[in-house]
Design a protein around this ligand. Structure first.
Ligand SMILES: N[C@@H](CCC(=O)N[C@@H](CS)C(=O)NCC(=O)O)C(=O)O
Length: 240
């Protein structure tokens, strides 16, 4: 029987959402602490994750208030590591396919999302890079999808990796915050592009991902949009 799981996460963070989704899909019992990235508590960096990033998990140890972590619990971080850990912890939930070839395909899908789609997306909305690498990476992800169903057929942690990104990409294009420095109408063009027939499969996939009860329970578009607005406003405010 798995031990106590405490998830340290931030609602707007896609990496946090990945882990939250896997825990929900696994039917895990867990506690969640919302970490404010604009005012990170010292205890989080000192006692949970020295690099100060969410998501992180404490596993096991005694029952303690989440802002007073026990030295006896195991501290784990990095979304990919956490997703694999959750899949291992709850084998009956089949968060990774049993077939070893399909399992490798799920990991390859995750690799493409982590190494190609995410950097291209972040580069475009946060670092002034062109949109093309994001569009190319989206095509790559789409090309990996089977004709129907999820990344490798049944839902797996590969889907947990991409669902938060696709949902937030839409939110950020709609938000069109000054931090992105996009020209007039640029974000509209990309939203229209995502609606084009060439992206029909990924559009259907996005709908399938969003229809999962675990996704609905962990993602409120209006809250995420508002959260990004507040976070981006914080990032661009002049520092004293
Ligand atoms: N490679 C990490 C990335 C996690 C990450 O970048 N988290 C962001 C939020 S989305 C964060 O905590 N940023 C706070 C900071 O860097 O200070 C993972 O996959 O878990």
């Amino acid at each position: 029987m798995p031990e106590q799981i405490n998830l340290y996460a931030t609602y707007i963070s896609p990496f946090s959402h990945m882990v939250n989704l896997a825990l929900l899909e696994a039917g895990a019992k867990f506690n969640r602490y919302e970490v404010d990235l604009t005012n990170k508590p010292d205890w989080f960096i000192e006692q949970i994750n020295p690099v100060g990033k969410v998501p992180a998990i404490t596993y096991g140890g005694p029952n303690v208030p989440l802002d007073q972590p026990s030295p006896e619990s195991v501290k784990l971080a990095e979304s990919r590591v956490l997703l694999e850990f959750i899949a291992d912890l709850f084998p009956e939930a089949r968060l990774l396919p049993e077939d070893l070839v399909v399992r490798a395909k799920a990991r390859f899908f995750t690799e493409v999302v982590q190494s190609r789609l995410i950097p291209a997306w972040q580069g475009h909305f946060a670092k002034g890079q062109p949109v093309e690498p994001f569009v190319v990476a989206l095509e790559e992800v789409q090309a990996l999808l089977p004709p129907s169903g999820f990344a490798v057929g049944e839902w797996s942690i590969a889907d947990a990796t991409v669902a938060p990104i696709l949902a937030r990409a839409e939110v950020i294009f709609e938000l069109n915050h000054p931090i992105s420095g996009w020209a007039e109408g640029e974000s509209h063009k990309i939203l229209e592009l995502l609606d084009e027939p060439r992206f029909a499969r990924i559009k259907q996939y996005r709908h399938n991902l969003a229809a999962r009860p675990a996704f609905k329970a962990s993602f409120d578009k209006a809250v995420v949009k508002n959260g990004f607005k507040g976070f981006f406003d914080f990032l661009i405010q002049p520092r004293k």
